[in-house]
Ligand binder design. Structure first.
Ligand SMILES: [Zn+2]
Length: 453
């Protein structure tokens, strides 16, 4: 499919959407050179000279969704027979030896599949946490960067790491861990080669030791120092399960948040995946430090991990984002469906009046952007990046729906009709531009079979 955006200097009006997340742009947005240059009020026409209008009268307009936590490689081990019906630690122990067999073609395929799945669900920026670097897979992040450029998705790729193998009292097998020096050298290489600190960046790098039960204390501290030196973000899994709290008490004599503080990680440079098992005092401390939390509702339900105290964390000062988490604990990468999951799960904790469809959409856009340390994406406003998603309500699950914006979440939208990243259409009529998705799926199936046998 051809991309009809003729030139970056074409001025496009996304005209009169059926509904929009914010009434400030109920009449649409005007885009030029990858940037939003004007918001149009309901029923109005733009002041700018328009080259092309896109009629959005049958589409709901959202800022592009931002995924704040994922493991792309896990698309190869969705619903893996050895991992079914298990909670986190036994689930991980079943999968580590399988993941240790990953090779470069698998990272290439799984990354492109995950990114395609996310684009099709309205996601324009994706974060990934890759922490497996078995022999031969030293350039996993480099491969991911190539694939992100091919698909035209904005990415925050985190250089994950595991250094605490079974021999040192950790959870992962020894063959999946690396030495601290290897990890730190490669982290520095990736930052210098790929990290773009400028507004509008398509690629940013962050550092992401995997979790307290797979990384040494020294590596946590050294990663924080390196992140500060290069002014990049820090990410890890924390307070996902009660097993983890027990592990931290046994191994470090501290609860997870105390441990986090002791290694220099209680700062607004940090965003955490999950953040479920905190006490009230810990919630206050995290909020005061401005630590971001990537809420991953499907994964938390699937692995029976628990419910993130989102509103308490937010009231304390933590940005809250939404993440699909890895496709082996979801088992999908669909961002708009994940927003629905957040609404359903959080209503159990906080009730219907406080968890609205606008609230969860705000988490999946502005909240996720704040977790990633960005203020140039996550909302449609003048001067922000032109990242947006348009959803049609013409599928059967919307037949009879009243409020179009609420219907997206409540009726279960699954697929965007159009998606724009940095002013370029990446999805048109529900299809990714310039991509042979059938060939990609066939290749992924072949590679997944290798991990089944
Ligand atoms: Zn995860």
């Amino acid at each position: 499919m051809q991309n009809p955006t003729s030139s970056p200097l074409t001025t496009i009006w996304i005209k009169h959407p059926l509904a929009a997340l914010d009434s400030a742009y109920a009449g649409g947005v005007v885009i030029r050179d990858g940037i939003i240059i004007e918001l149009v009020a309901a029923g109005q026409t733009p002041a700018s000279n328009i080259d092309i209008s896109h009629d959005a009268s049958q589409q709901v307009l959202l800022p592009g969704l931002i995924n704040s936590h994922h493991h792309f490689y896990q698309t190869l081990t969705r619903a893996h027979p050895q991992a079914l019906n298990k909670e986190l630690f036994s689930w991980l122990v079943s999968l580590y030896p399988i993941w240790a067999r990953l090779h470069p073609a698998m990272v290439e395929s799984s990354t492109s599949i995950a990114l395609a799945e996310m684009l099709l669900s309205g996601c324009t920026t994706a974060s990934d946490h890759h922490y497996l670097f078995p022999a031969g897979l030293e350039e996993a992040i480099d491969i991911q960067i190539e694939q992100a450029a091919r698909l035209g998705v904005r990415v925050h790729l985190t250089r994950g790491s595991m250094s605490l193998g079974k021999d040192q009292g950790g959870l992962p097998p020894q063959s999946t861990v690396q030495s601290e020096q290897t990890i730190l050298d490669d982290s520095e290489r990736l930052i210098q080669r790929y990290h773009d600190a400028r507004p509008g960046a398509m690629v940013r790098i962050a550092l992401a030791p995997c979790s307290p039960f797979s990384v040494s204390t020294d590596l946590m501290k050294a990663s924080a120092t390196l992140a500060q030196q290069h002014d990049v973000q820090l990410h890890t899994h924390l307070a996902e399960t009660e097993d983890e709290t027990a592990f931290c008490l046994r191994m470090f004599g501290q609860r997870p948040v105390d441990y986090l503080e002791s290694v220099g990680w209680l700062s607004d440079r940090v965003w955490l995946a999950h953040g479920i098992h905190f006490n009230d005092e810990e919630v206050q401390r995290l909020g005061k430090a401005g630590v971001g939390i990537a809420h991953c509702p499907s994964s938390n339900m699937l692995l029976a991990s628990g419910q993130c105290p989102t509103l308490d964390l937010e009231a304390a000062g933590c940005p809250i984002g939404i993440g699909v988490d890895g496709s082996a604990s979801n088992d999908g990468s669909n961002m708009i469906l994940e927003v629905r999951q957040a609404l359903l799960l959080q209503r159990l904790r906080y009730g219907a009046a406080r968890i609205t469809h606008q609230k969860v959409l705000d988490w999946a856009t502005r909240g996720s952007a704040a977790c990633l340390g960005r203020d140039d994406i996550g909302e449609l406003a003048v001067g922000k990046q032109a990242d947006l998603a348009l959803f049609k309500l013409d599928e059967i699950q919307f037949a009879g729906a009243g409020d179009p914006l609420a219907a997206l979440i409540l009726c279960g939208a699954q697929r965007a009709d159009r998606v724009m990243v940095q002013g370029r259409w990446r999805v048109i009529d529900g299809q990714i531009c310039d991509l042979d998705i059938e060939a990609m799926k066939a290749r992924q199936r072949e590679l997944a079979v290798q991990l089944l046998t």
